[in-house]
Design a protein around this ligand. Structure first.
Ligand SMILES: [Zn+2]
Length: 545
């Protein structure tokens, strides 16, 4: 596109499309991340304030309540019951190699999560360990690491990431991570197989983070959606083990960890028992149910109200926690995810002013993202509007409050029509798509669009670009690095009067236009043929005419 063509495209859109106000975006982020909102922890006074603020803003934007049916009328919210699980007292872990016993240390040797299968006590003696490679069952790729291995009463020792991460080429997307590589998949698969437990071998490169992250995120309070049969989703023990300790255990049972890993990268791999090694465990678990809320605002479609386009973002952050060096205990979460929620409100305002679209549009502010995508998982498992006729999901998480960029991105890598449509649309906004530079980190599975994707609904998480109109990549990288080092998940993620919000205001025009096209069209965008979520979508094809 020539420069002149580019300018006229921008001018044409500016004349017709809605305006997005950088000042209002700033104001919403300022309110949501203020100390009064206490870091927006689920099931706290901060939640009450946040939910009230969102309802007030959606109302003012002309939206209707779109949540739970209460006495025949829609409420503004969907109740999200969450299980809260915490280990009480010491975690006793004893290793036996036939010659001696050895006490292992929770957090240092293993990182054991509070059980989420409903047990109040995890207690077993001398359980055998079986190495199951990458622990993958992928019929569409003709891959089965288990070969009929029975895991009842046994602990499955499993590698992180998928079989072709290290080789770089193969059936699992090469370096990029498929869902089979994610730790959540390993836990789910072993639960499906009735294992006593899962022990994931931590290696920094394929995990994409160090042991500290594993330790911190597994040894604190855990949450899950309330499930009818939790033991279908969680084995009694869920844990990670330090690589060096794992290698040593293999050695003590006469096995070579590296050689077995090489075998696990092939279809021929068979599970191997770590002969002579057993583990005993004893720890108590406190389990409670709390209730949090998703906020659901809706604009009814004029022609096809039963078909739904969803914009989403998570309202929660980390709440009040350990103080930083300055003694600040409130994790304000201005960028994460005050920005995405401000964007959601501003989009609702734009839709409220425009003529009603053909299909309905839902603005979904979900809870408990920080506890493991639980608000979105709950909605996707208990949809207020059927998923079969949900056209697509555009999620927004931790956007840049700085100036405009030449590019944009999505979380992780995926192949779907929705992304192609966004990339095409972006040209009118002078934006180019910058693919995730680290697809092996599995970012596609770490944002609120994912629970929808898992159920087949075309879904992406939009992300701000890094090539700044003012200062280029150098300026963008500097901002990103400073945020990750100084503010990400820290009390210092606070609103600043210096943030211009002009980049968000610009990009929201594009996201509005994408959603508006979906809401005014008859089309059903789908996943590409080889995407792992295509089959789930196609299963409900008959419900889409
Ligand atoms: Zn976060």
């Amino acid at each position: 596109m020539s420069l002149i063509a580019a300018f006229s495209a921008v001018a044409a859109h500016a004349a017709s499309g809605p305006e997005f106000d950088a000042k209002r975006l700033s104001q919403d982020v300022k309110v949501l991340s203020s100390d009064e909102f206490e870091g927006r922890g689920p099931n706290t006074a901060g939640e009450t304030k946040t939910v009230a603020y969102l309802i007030e803003q959606f109302k003012a934007a002309g939206m209707q309540p779109g949540g739970d049916l209460v006495k025949g009328k829609r409420a503004w919210t969907q109740d999200v019951p969450l299980g809260r699980f915490e280990i009480k007292g010491p975690v006793k872990l004893t290793l036996n190699d036939g010659k001696a016993t050895q006490e292992l240390k929770q957090g240092d040797d293993l990182a054991v999560r509070a059980a989420m299968n409903g047990s109040r006590l995890v207690d077993f003696k001398n359980a055998p360990l079986v190495f199951v490679g990458y622990g993958v069952t992928a019929p569409e790729r003709k891959w089965d690491d288990f070969k009929g291995q029975d895991l009842k009463g046994k602990l499955a020792v499993v590698l992180i990431n998928d079989p072709d991460f290290e080789t770089g080429t193969g059936d699992f997307g090469g370096k990029a991570m498929t869902y089979y590589g994610r730790w959540t998949y390993k836990y789910e698969e072993m639960a499906r197989r009735g294992a006593l437990g899962t022990i994931i071998v931590h290696e920094t490169a394929p995990a994409s983070y160090g042991w500290n992250t594993v330790k911190n995120s597994n040894t604190n309070v855990m949450y899950d959606i309330v499930r009818k049969k939790p033991s279908d989703s969680h084995a009694p023990m869920e844990a990670w083990i330090q690589r060096d300790l794992a290698v040593d255990l293999f050695k003590r049972s006469g096995l070579d960890f590296e050689a077995l890993k090489k075998q696990a990268q092939t279809r021929e791999f068979k599970p191997v028992e770590l002969k002579g090694i057993t583990l005993s465990a004893n720890y108590a678990v406190d389990a409670q149910v709390i209730t949090s809320k998703n906020v659901v605002a809706r604009l009814a479609g004029a022609k096809k109200p039963d078909e739904t386009v969803i914009y989403s973002g998570h309202w929660d952050h980390l709440g009040v926690g350990l103080p930083d060096a300055k003694g600040d205990k409130i994790y304000n979460g201005a960028v994460d995810n005050g920005t995405g929620i401000a964007a959601l409100l501003e989009l609702a305002r734009a839709y409220g002013k425009a003529p009603a679209p053909a299909r309905s549009v839902v603005f979904l502010a979900v809870t408990a993202e920080e506890k493991g995508l639980l608000g979105s998982e709950y909605y996707a498992s208990n949809p207020v509007y059927p998923l079969a006729t949900t056209v697509g999901v555009i999620n927004m998480d931790a956007l840049s409050p700085y100036g405009p960029t030449h590019n944009f991105t999505i979380s992780g890598s995926a192949k779907l029509d929705l992304l192609d449509q966004l990339v095409a649309k972006a040209k009118q906004w002078n934006l180019v798509y910058a693919p995730d530079p680290k697809p092996e980190a599995g970012h596609f599975f770490r944002s609120d669009h994912f629970p929808f994707a898992k159920k087949g609904v075309p879904a992406i998480s939009y992300g701000s670009g890094d090539d700044m109109v003012d200062g280029g990549l150098e300026a963008g990288n500097k901002i990103e690095e400073a945020y990750v080092t100084n503010n990400y998940h820290q009390p210092s993620d606070e609103w600043s009067a210096n943030w211009p919000f002009t980049g968000m205001a610009h990009d929201l025009g594009m996201l509005y236009s994408l959603g508006r096209d979906l809401a005014d069209s008859k089309d059903w965008p789908n996943w590409s043929k080889d995407a792992e979520f295509r089959a789930a979508r196609d299963a409900s094809a008959a419900k889409r005419k």
